[in-house]
Design a protein around this ligand. Structure first.
Ligand code: NAP
Length: 239
């Protein structure tokens, strides 16, 4: 089986490529600029026919955060009807009305309509780490007043690589091992980085924050990831 991975140079894609190769699968990446991958641009369509040539499955993990529906439409137009599709989405895109999530939900509809599979994941540790670092940079730290279920990107990559062998369609949610308050996660981040800060909750009005507050982005019933936040912090900060 030959696989094309869009977003192969991204956080998830960098873990996914070796996971596919470790299973003996013939996987190539797509990138606008990075050497060692098939050259292509999902927005312009440039390079897609050559990148898709001989491909049985596309794992679509590319995102630019803003024009993802147009990119997905371009990809789907370029794919042959018998080429399978596995899309990486986010838990709760149908429950939290964040503009980025709305894009992903629209793409999910396109993927389902053509018989493709979808793996939704919760927030990657790297994303939570970046938010924690930004919101605790000042002498008084902030935290969003909601829960989070961070998951290891490597474990999401392994699950995608498993699903590559499934004829589908499969719709699956995957979350990290623990649902924790953001305050708890940020306090652990401060401890691990050896800093002290008072932490002040931020609670915003509106439906988007309300969606996060009510846990729309969580999937405690699919807590199949195993790497905890503390283990992630230890590995990341000791490197
Ligand atoms: N971050 C999270 O917490 C999280 C959680 C759950 C699900 N997800 C989903 O997981 C997927 C991967 O996320 P990520 O964090 O790994 O993303 P990322 O690190 O931002 O990487 C995105 C990749 O998309 C590629 N890309 C962007 N625009 C492109 C275009 N026009 N044509 C071709 N390639 C393009 C880029 O490759 P080049 O620059 O090399 O072209 C880049 O490597 C996304 O669908 C995201 O929504 C993320």
């Amino acid at each position: 089986m030959t696989i094309l991975v869009t977003g192969a140079t991204g956080n998830l894609g960098r873990a996914l490529m070796p996971a596919l190769h470790a299973r003996g699968l013939d996987a190539r990446g797509l990138s606008r600029t990075a050497p060692g991958h098939a050259h292509g641009n999902l927005l312009t369509g440039e390079g897609l026919p050559a990148a898709l040539s001989g491909v049985d499955l596309v794992i679509h993990a590319a995102t630019d955060g803003r024009r993802d529906v147009a990119a997905a439409e371009q990809l789907l137009r370029a794919m042959a009807p018998d080429q399978r599709l596995l899309y990486v989405s986010i838990v709760g895109v149908d429950r939290v009305p964040l503009p980025y999530y709305r894009q992903k939900l629209a793409i999910e509809h396109l993927v389902r309509a053509r018989g493709g599979s979808i793996l939704r994941a919760t927030q990657f540790h790297e994303l939570v780490f970046g938010v924690a670092r930004a919101l605790t940079a000042a002498p008084i730290g902030l935290y969003p007043s909601c829960d989070v279920q961070p998951v290891a990107v490597g474990e999401v990559a392994e699950r995608l690589a498993d699903l590559a062998g499934s004829p589908g369609p499969v719709y699956e949610d995957m979350g990290g091992p623990e649902v924790r308050s953001a305050r708890d996660l940020f306090a652990a981040f401060l401890r691990a980085t050896g800093r002290r800060r008072p932490l002040v909750p931020v609670r915003l009005p509106g439906r988007i924050f309300g969606g996060f507050r009510s846990g729309g982005h969580l999937t405690p019933e699919h807590a199949t990831g195993t790497l905890t936040w503390e283990s992630y912090l230890e590995a990341r900060l000791s490197g």
